[in-house]
Design a protein. Sequence first.
Length: 210
Amino acid sequence: MYLPSAFREDSLDVQHDFIRAHPLGVLTTAAQGGLMANHIPCLLYPEGPCGVLRLHVARVNPQLAELASGRECLVVFHGPQAYITPSWYPTKEETHKVVPTWNFVAVHAWGIPAIQDDPAWLRAQLDALTDSQERARALPWRVDDAPADFIAAQMRAIVGVEIRLTRIEGKWKVSQNRAPADRRGVAQGLADEQGDAVMAGLVARRGGLE
């Protein structure tokens, strides 16, 4: 990932928190027939130097063969994003030497995938993934709420994957490279025109405006 110094985020804790908040990753492999990618929800565990991702894919998914090859894969996690008009920059009125851009947050994670076909491992992954999304509900749904034979049949159709991460990069491109007045203009424009409090807050915090 192209990482200008102004946009780098090297804190592993920050990167991990971002993945947990945005768990749907784009799982990418390099196959003989070309690149392959699938959107897969992942769970992150703070194991090893960079962390471990655990997930599952359909047994009939052709990407499974690539995941079983032992070759490196890449998982991309996306967060908030927004178009930035140069009209929000006060410097536009001074020089007119401004252009549009796009703000975004992303984390890229690389690792070696390993297939996990043990039913106990897979059931634990399903329970943990479900709980991660259901626990905040007043009446959370649990895997045990479905008939046991139905769940058993569903599990036979999927395979677990564990990716021990070897490298991870974070990019918070939120106007840090602009002058303070331009950052304030971007934050105000996002909040007032777009109603985007999330990106406006990121611009303010990362730009030292709070």
